[in-house]
Unconditional design. Structure first.
Length: 140
């Protein structure tokens, strides 16, 4: 049975994130993955709540989260990035469902994000696929 994977992506910084969604989809489809949902949320800060709600539906084997937390003039982005990443890790452990993080930053410039967005999306998609296999093996 093909893995069932969902994508949750921030709408903020669409010039970075929209290409990430397309690349993640392409990577998943090449591997024969069934894409269950593509959910867009306002920004990276909203990703954990959407992830939690999606996990409660119990219809996905893994989730890929995509976004960009840009470098700002204050520590706001760093604080937000730590909170988002910590929340995602906690959800992954709570539900025992892999969540592949494809969030660029915090602290990345627009130039850095533009250079990395394709790579981050591919790696997140590949990670999700691999972790579904690992999780399935460990559950046996």
């Amino acid at each position: 049975m093909a893995p069932r994977i969902s994508i949750i992506a921030a709408q903020f910084n669409p010039e970075i994130v929209e290409p990430m969604i397309l690349v993640a989809q392409e990577t998943l489809l090449k591997e024969g993955v069934q894409i269950i949902d593509i959910i867009r949320v306002p920004g990276s800060y909203e990703i954990p709540l959407a992830t939690s709600l999606l996990l409660k539906k119990d219809n996905t084997d893994a989730i890929i989260v995509l976004g960009y937390i840009e470098k700002g003039e204050t520590l706001h982005g760093e604080v937000m990035g730590h909170v988002v990443h910590q929340s995602i890790v906690q959800l992954q452990l709570q539900y025992s469902i892999p969540i592949a993080i494809g969030i660029i930053g915090p602290g990345a410039t627009l130039e850095q994000a533009t250079e990395r967005n394709r790579e981050y999306a591919i790696e997140a998609a590949q990670c999700a696929i691999q972790m579904v296999e690992v999780a399935n093996q460990l559950k046996k």
